[in-house]
Design a protein around this ligand. Structure first.
Ligand code: FES
Ligand code: FES
Length: 164
């Protein structure tokens, strides 16, 4: 093969997505974001910038939040990947989803899956408890609608709920 040609051989990868085992042959250049959306039909995870700058694509990998647009699917052999689809259902919302609804933590909703995945992970991180510290810990998740104040309020309400 000439050095300027790209190899496109697919590679096998196996991980779980929302608790279900998945085995795929992926293009080694495929991002986790595109794999979730295009190969697995999990379109709840959104593509905003595709450059690690907006957080719309946030998912959990082994419980930690990750920008899935910056991560190659093939590197996640054996990982536990969780997306917004695995968090709750319309009839049985996760507490963070319920808080976003009750406290108007969104407007157009495009950034919301990423905000919620980030917010859930944040509560397990050493993030300070003040509104300003929570806002700082959420600074990787951009909201073009400017729902920031209500997003922080939603996170704080779940934090308080968890503490009681
Ligand atoms: S789409 Fe991944 S950070 Fe913007
Ligand atoms: S709710 Fe519209 S971008 Fe955040």
């Amino acid at each position: 093969m000439a050095s300027h040609e790209f190899r496109t051989d697919r590679v096998e990868v196996a991980f779980t997505v929302n608790g279900k085992p998945v085995g795929l042959a992926v293009d080694p250049r495929a991002t986790l974001l595109d794999t979730l959306r295009d190969e697995l039909g999990l379109t709840g995870t959104k593509k905003g910038c595709d450059h690690g700058q907006c957080g719309a694509c946030t998912v959990h990998v082994n419980g930690r939040r990750v920008n899935s647009c910056l991560s190659f699917a093939a590197t996640h052999e054996g990982a536990a990947i969780d997306t917004i689809e695995g968090l709750g259902t319309p009839d049985n919302l996760h507490p963070m989803q319920r808080a976003f609804v009750e406290l108007d933590g969104y407007q157009c909703g495009y950034c919301t899956p990423g905000q919620i995945m980030s917010a859930v992970a944040l509560l397990a991180e050493p993030c300070g408890e003040s509104d300003a510290e929570v806002a700082e810990c959420m600074s990787g998740n951009v909201c073009r609608c400017g729902a920031y104040q209500n997003i922080v309020a939603a996170i704080q309400s779940v934090r308080k709920e968890n503490a009681t």
